[in-house]
Design a protein around this ligand. Structure first.
Ligand SMILES: [Zn+2]
Ligand SMILES: [Zn+2]
Length: 350
């Protein structure tokens, strides 16, 4: 099978590698499409200090090709459309036992990140990938791969929105109108909120308005904290999601949060530095400042339901679909700051 192998930072080759050998409880997925994530870009550039060689790609979808001896062939039928929960949770540690498998203690030590003897990586930038059968989530046969490929990013957003406990009529501010920001717009709208977006690019503001946002403004053309207060009768937003990596914006996001509100740091802070936070106002105004990372298995399945039942269509955020052989061009397109989700396809997307 063919795979896009990173040999060194910023250096890849499309290589022929052997097909994975299945354990009894594993399923072989023939990958049809894989999205390129911000983390894939950092990874490719060598900013994440994981071991090379590596195969990136964790936003994949595909069809079942084969399964191990112990897998129920009635449930896991060849040709079924599937995605897989990407966190290889141990199911044994403290966090796994408390429904926080996205924070599994063992996962950061796995060969996905460090494999000095061989290949590291999630492996989604390849024609085939093997996963544990119990990590698989199914789609109906008529769900397009262009939608399925956004399951993982949407699942991260669903985990974030679930943590924010949005109430009907809440003012929800989303900072940043990239792929993750606009998925937040769509999900918060479904929760019955009035959604406000802060985003410098006009085209992104327009897109957010098409997706159901009530107000969108550029933080470069006004005082963004003042603007949010004006839009919310002086209160600030009940829920703020920061989807940008910029430390000063994370600081502002806490200021934009209403009394009794929740500020959720969705994005990593990159490059990371401690934030200057007014602890007095967090105390006096009973603000909750929190974060989320990755999806839980529940939010992953919820993303599948939203897409499969046509309650949310994330494919409006697909910028361009490239054949995987055009990886170089695809990666360069993904790295442009004005693009949404860039997708690689492996063969025909029918
Ligand atoms: Zn991702
Ligand atoms: Zn665990």
């Amino acid at each position: 099978m063919k795979a896009i192998v990173y040999r060194n930072p910023n250096d890849f080759k499309i290589e022929e590698i052997s097909l994975p050998v299945l354990e009894s409880d594993e399923v072989l997925i023939r990958i049809t499409a894989s999205g390129i994530c911000t983390n894939d870009m950092r990874d490719f550039k060598g900013e994440s200090n994981y071991t090379f060689p590596r195969i990136g790609g964790h936003e994949y979808c595909g069809v079942i090709e084969d399964s191990g001896k112990g897998v129920d062939k009635n449930r896991f039928k060849k040709g079924s459309r599937v995605v897989s929960y990407i966190i290889e949770d141990c199911k044994e540690c403290y966090y796994c036992k408390h429904g926080m498998e996205n924070l599994c203690e063992e996962f950061p030590k796995s060969r996905i990140f460090f494999n000095p003897e061989g290949m590291s990586g999630y492996g989604g930038f390849a024609e085939y990938l093997k996963v544990k059968s119990n990590d698989i989530c199914f789609y109906p046969d008529n769900t397009p791969f262009e939608k399925m490929v956004l399951t993982e990013p949407l699942a991260c957003v669903i985990n974030s929105v679930n943590a924010a406990n949005i109430k009907f009529g809440d003012d929800v501010l989303i900072i940043g109108g990239g792929t993750m920001g606009l998925l937040h717009v769509m999900a918060a709208k479904l929760k019955g909120a009035r959604v406000i977006l802060s985003e410098p690019l006009k085209e992104r503001c327009d897109k957010a308005m098409e997706l159901g946002c009530s107000e969108a403004f550029s933080p470069l053309e006004c005082d963004p904290i003042q603007r949010v207060k004006e839009l919310t009768s002086g209160r600030g937003a009940n829920v703020v999601f920061n989807t940008t990596a910029i430390p000063s914006v994370a600081e502002q996001s806490i200021e934009m949060t209403a009394v009794g509100g929740i500020c959720l740091l969705f994005s990593s802070i990159h490059p990371n530095r401690p934030l200057a936070v007014n602890g007095g106002t967090i105390h006096s105004f009973q603000k909750t400042v929190t974060g989320t990372v990755s999806p839980t298995i529940e939010s992953f399945q919820q993303a599948v339901e939203l897409i499969a039942k046509n309650l949310l269509d994330p494919s409006v955020l697909v910028e361009e679909i490239f054949d995987y052989k055009e990886f170089d061009h695809a990666m360069k397109t993904a790295m442009r700051p004005d693009t949404y989700k860039v997708v690689l396809k492996f063969g025909d997307l029918k």
